[in-house]
Design a protein around this ligand. Structure first.
Ligand SMILES: Cc1cc2nc3c(=O)[nH]c(=O)nc-3n(C[C@H](O)[C@H](O)[C@H](O)COP(=O)(O)O)c2cc1C
Length: 177
């Protein structure tokens, strides 16, 4: 698909069928994460692809709300960054999540960004800490979010160029030649 077409088509999909994701599609999503630019090319992110249903179920309750879809997702990619490698771990992780989200849309997969950073579970425990413990990750790793993935069981209308908030674009400083 052309990039603009993917951007228009990409929506947050939170309902999935019980089918597995073809391995080559999951590989493409992971490649997209690895292709994302990082500040000073420091590449602080590690990508944990989870397909084990028991682990997905545990991840579904890492935070109070907004992660429940992991219970029915076919897979998830947890983006964990080493802050010792880059102080831009939030930006680097966010761009990687975005790239993977777009690639998932291109591959006809449904996906949704699940925010962990600055979130807590129902019993007040830090969501990042919960995820680190479920996946046995080093204490220093920071987790901006998780991308849930699956074969879509819901469809949402694509975005349209005529509905964009063009008033939020500002060309005051454009130069005339
Ligand atoms: C930084 C960020 C955090 C998000 N966190 C969650 C989340 O924890 N759970 C969730 O269901 N959706 C989450 N989303 C998805 C947004 O709710 C969604 O992108 C927004 O409502 C617009 O819908 P669309 O993606 O279909 O265009 C998040 C999106 C972003 C960019």
């Amino acid at each position: 698909m052309e990039l603009m077409e993917v951007m228009l088509k990409r929506r947050s999909i939170r309902r999935y069928t019980d089918e597995k994701i073809p391995e080559e599609k999951l590989d493409k999503v992971l490649q997209a994460g690895l292709l994302a630019p990082t500040s000073m090319d420091r590449r602080p992110c590690e990508f944990y692809a989870v397909t084990d249903k028991e682990i997905l179920k545990k991840l579904a309750s890492v935070k109070k709300a907004g992660a429940a879809m992991l219970e029915e997702s076919a897979a998830a990619v947890v983006v964990a960054a080493d802050p010792d490698k880059a102080d831009t771990w939030i930006e680097d992780s966010s761009i990687a999540l975005t790239y993977m989200h777009l690639m998932a849309a291109d591959q006809g997969l449904g996906s949704c960004w699940i925010q962990l950073h600055m979130r807590q579970s129902a019993d007040g425990i830090d969501a990042e800490e919960n995820a680190r413990s479920i996946l046995s990750l080093p204490e220093r790793y920071r987790i901006v979010g998780i991308l849930s993935l699956g074969i879509p069981a819901e469809s949402k209308p694509p975005k349209t160029l005529d509905k964009l908030e063009y008033e939020k674009t500002h060309r005051r400083f454009s130069v005339r030649y």
